[in-house]
Each structure stands twice: as structure tokens, then as C-alpha cells.
Design a protein around this ligand. Structure first.
Ligand SMILES: [Zn+2]
Length: 183
């Protein structure tokens, strides 16, 4: 043991940190709150020299329910946008190419342009809203709650996948810890 026994190390990545350090510059771990900042390494020849913020930094005092809401609504947003692009591109194909429409009708007789376009548009709007909710929740802004409740409720219409995300988001938004945070 060459190093002095009291040298402080980061509990997350085990790299040495200063005695009074609040933040590990190697991995972004907040030693006081126990949360990681979302960071991106700046790789240099000599190794990691620092971290930069990737997008909006996560507030470190968020309750667990809100930290989960950030990732759930972000995933919901991406999934909704993927479903929307699939439904809308299929709707456009069916509307513009009769032979494609005929083929689709032979596999799925009930599938019509309207059935795709309606939920497709809704899914697109809710996908964007869910991404905004995730961003607001990350910063602990009250808008995440009102916008989140609206988005999650409308998402219940998108059975089954959107509805599942909507239910999880509602559970997290109505969680006692979330309520306490926004009080
Ligand atoms: Zn670290």
C-alpha cells in the first residue's frame, strides 16, 4: 500500500477524488446525492480528462418516482414516434398506391387508411409530448406533472402499447413521492 489509507475514492468508479469533492469528474457521480449526471466522456490520448453534459442535466434531488418517470416517458415518446411513423407511412402507401392497398387488404381485410391515420397522428403528437415531459421532469419542473397527466391519460387510447406506458406514467405521476416533491 503506497497510497495513504485516507485517500478518497469515488464509490461508483473507484477513481481517486479530492477530499472535498462533491462530484467525480471521471464518471459524473454526485457523492452527496448518489445520482449520476448524464455525461459524455471527453476522450484524450491520456484518457478521460473530463465530462460534458449531454442534453439537460438531471436534477440531483429528484425522488425515485420522478427519476423513473424521466426514463419511462422518454421510452414512451420514442416508441410512440416509431409506431406513428409506421402507421402513417403505411397509411400514405395505402392511400397513394392502390396495388399495395389491395395486397394489405388480402392479409388484413379490416385495415383501412383511416384506422391507421387517426391513431398514427395521435401517437405522433403524444410521442413528442412524452419527450417534453421527460425533459421537464428531469429538471424537476412542475410542468412535467400537468403535461404528464394529460399525455399519459391520452396515451391510454393507444391500446395496447401506448396504454401500457400511459398506465406506468400515471402511477409514477400519482406516486406519493412525486406529489410530495411538487408540494
Ligand atoms: Zn466516479
Amino acid at each position: 500500500m503506497n497510497e495513504p489509507a485516507r485517500a478518497k475514492t469515488c464509490p461508483s468508479c473507484k477513481r481517486p477524488v479530492g477530499d472535498n469533492a462533491v462530484l467525480c469528474i471521471a464518471c459524473g457521480y454526485n457523492l452527496e446525492s448518489g445520482y449520476h449526471l448524464r455525461t459524455k466522456s471527453l476522450i484524450r490520448k491520456e484518457g478521460i480528462v473530463g465530462r460534458t453534459h449531454l442534453g439537460t442535466p438531471m436534477r440531483s434531488d429528484l425522488p425515485d418516482s420522478l427519476v423513473k418517470l424521466v426514463s419511462v416517458s422518454k421510452t414512451a415518446g420514442i416508441v410512440c414516434l416509431l409506431m406513428a411513423s409506421l402507421a402513417l407511412s403505411l397509411a400514405v402507401l395505402m392511400a397513394t398506391m392502390p396495388e399495395v392497398a389491395t395486397q394489405i387488404h388480402s392479409i388484413l381485410p379490416k385495415l383501412r387508411v383511416v384506422i391507421l391515420a387517426g391513431p398514427g397522428t395521435l401517437s405522433c403528437i403524444l410521442g413528442i409530448l412524452a419527450l417534453i415531459v421527460s425533459n421537464k421532469a428531469k429538471q424537476g419542473l412542475p410542468a412535467a406533472r400537468s403535461l404528464g397527466l394529460l399525455t399519459a391519460t391520452l396515451m391510454l387510447l393507444l391500446v395496447p402499447i401506448g396504454a401500457l406506458f400511459g398506465l406506468i406514467m400515471l402511477a409514477l405521476l400519482l406516486h406519493p413521492n412525486t406529489k410530495r416533491f411538487y408540494r
